[in-house]
Write a protein that binds this ligand. Structure first.
Ligand SMILES: Cc1cc2nc3c(=O)[nH]c(=O)nc-3n(C[C@H](O)[C@H](O)[C@H](O)COP(=O)(O)OP(=O)(O)OC[C@H]3O[C@@H](n4cnc5c(N)ncnc54)[C@H](O)[C@@H]3O)c2cc1C
Length: 472
């Protein structure tokens, strides 16, 4: 039988009460059924979804994870793995299937002497940053506090220290994994090295990561924040910014956002809600040198606000606080590009300035540096040579405004697409699945499929950007 023929129970056919009771007896963690008053709240997905799983399991241990995988497999139920719940494609919820929600698995142990930590996969990056900050340590991850350790790490992890310290996966020493047959293994450079390679960039295809052993880096205080310009100046500021940020010392990692100005006290009242260009950044190093490096970005036009200075690294999450809300619709398109050049910027500005609401963002990340070099075998992340990531995203809009918001994103995508030379798995929507080849070029994809067939031959972990093509 081929993988695609693996029988899947019809979504309407829920497991029986007895079947679920048997599972619940095996677990230390929680089992939540649709008739539980907390069921919808427990589904806790970033973004609105109508999918109703048959059961939500919150494991308390790797043994619980193993029992749940076995239950889903034996009952031919689709399995969705939920860490922080931020999948834009809604992979962490499944209609009629089992949601394995890791939110009880949030232990963190820190070895300050050796600068390592063990992070359980249900932690969020905000929790990790808060726990590491008192020790002057951190780990490069995403820009949003509520994103989960599990999903972001398995995709790669492009964060505020990308140019200085590379991707999140560059700091992973080992991964505790429960495989499709319920075995608990450790994947590292020495044990199951093929699985270790695949799970650093290959997403949730290969097993459930229950914990990561990671190396930490200095991240106590950073020279960071944002410089805001009127979007009217974007045609002048953005190209100069992109050139400067790509050539700047690796200590500086930046992201430009075209957005509606937030109602923050540092924004002049007349500009609140108006389109602005925010140059957001972290300089990781000496503050005086940081100030010197950042200074040219303050003089690209007349800034309307400048809130860059020494700050605790976790304070950077304040800039993306609104994105942590779970109760909002979202729609996004993105590409990875070789360089963020003048042609791309002027194409984007021709479409991207007519923001449909305050929840619309055009995002340009300047990459390179340590991310380009990687560490060790580099894992399955195949986009290291890309100099930038461009995304149009809208969130928090009303049902009635869907068409307008999606049309704006699609217009931006239309112009960015010809410049794209790759894609990031973490930013894929469900209808982007045909673009799996943009995330994993042929040689990477072939290697991922070999690992997949070894560790998950019946495609239990298919509720993701699946490396097994439909119909094989
Ligand atoms: C607001 C927002 C901001 C973001 N910012 C960044 C950013 O700055 N940098 C960046 O790199 N990415 C960013 N992302 C993308 C993010 O990394 C991915 O969406 C990621 O998958 C989210 O991880 P999660 O654990 O929160 O998601 P979930 O929805 O819980 O998981 C997504 C999928 O990942 C897999 N998965 C998750 N945990 C496990 C596990 N423990 N074992 C096996 N499989 C698992 C499963 O297939 C799961 O369905 C952002 C996303 C959003 C919505």
């Amino acid at each position: 039988m081929s993988i695609a023929e693996t029988p899947t129970r019809a979504n309407t056919e829920a497991p029986t009460v007895d079947e679920i009771a048997t599972l619940a007896r095996q677990l230390q963690g929680q089992v939540i059924l649709p008739d539980d008053p907390n069921f919808l709240a427990a589904r806790r997905l970033h973004g609105l979804s109508t999918a109703r799983p048959a059961v939500i399991v919150r494991p308390a241990s790797a043994a619980d994870v193993a029992a749940t995988i076995t239950f889903a497999r034996e009952h031919q139920l689709e399995l969705a793995v939920h860490s922080g719940g931020h999948s834009l494609a809604h992979y962490s919820v499944v209609e009629g299937g089992v949601v394995l929600d890791l939110s009880l698995m949030t232990a963190i142990s820190i070895d300050t002497e050796n600068r390592t930590a063990r992070l359980e996969a249900g932690l969020t990056w905000g929790e990790v940053a808060a726990a590491l900050h008192p020790h002057g340590l951190g780990l490069t991850a995403g820009d949003t506090a509520s994103v989960g350790v599990g999903g972001l790490t398995l995709g790669g992890g492009i964060g505020w220290f990308a140019r200085k310290y590379g991707l999140t996966i560059d700091h992973v020493r080992s991964i505790e994994v429960v495989t499709a047959d319920g075995q608990m293994v450790t994947a590292s450079a020495d044990e199951h090295p093929d699985l270790f390679w695949a799970m650093r960039g290959g997403g949730g295809n290969f097993g459930v990561a229950t914990a990561f052993e990671v190396e930490l880096h200095p991240a106590g205080m950073v020279y960071g924040g944002a410089i805001f310009y009127d979007a009217c100046d974007a045609a002048v500021v953005l190209p100069a910014y992109a050139r400067y940020a790509a050539a700047a010392p690796e200590e500086l990692t930046t992201m430009a956002l075209v957005m509606a100005a937030p109602p923050a006290p540092f924004i002049p009242p007349a500009m609140r809600g108006k389109p602005v260009l925010a140059l957001t950044m972290v300089y990781s190093g000496d503050f005086e040198e940081g100030s010197r490096v950042v200074d040219p970005l303050r003089r690209l036009a007349a800034p309307i606000a400048d809130v860059v200075g020494p700050m605790p690294y976790p304070a950077m999450f304040e800039f993306t606080k609104e994105a942590t809300r779970f109760d909002q619709r979202q729609y996004a398109r993105s590409v990875m590009v070789d360089t963020v050049d003048d042609a791309l910027i002027s194409a984007l500005l021709s479409r991207g300035l007519d923001l449909p609401s305050h929840g619309a963002l055009l995002e340009l990340r300047i990459l390179g540096g340590a991310m380009r070099r990687g560490r060790g075998d580099g894992g399955a992340f195949a986009q290291r040579d890309k100099g930038g990531l461009v995304m149009a995203v809208t969130y928090g809009y009303d049902e009635a405004d869907i068409a307008q918001h999606c049309a704006w994103v699609d217009r931006c995508y239309e112009v960015m697409r010809p410049f794209g030379s790759g894609a990031y798995v973490g930013f894929m929507m469900r209808d982007d699945e045909a673009r799996a080849g943009a995330v994993y070029p042929p040689a990477t994809m072939e290697r991922l499929r070999q690992v997949k067939r070894r560790y998950d031959p019946t495609n239990v972990f298919r509720h993701n950007l699946n490396v097994e093509p439909a119909g094989e």
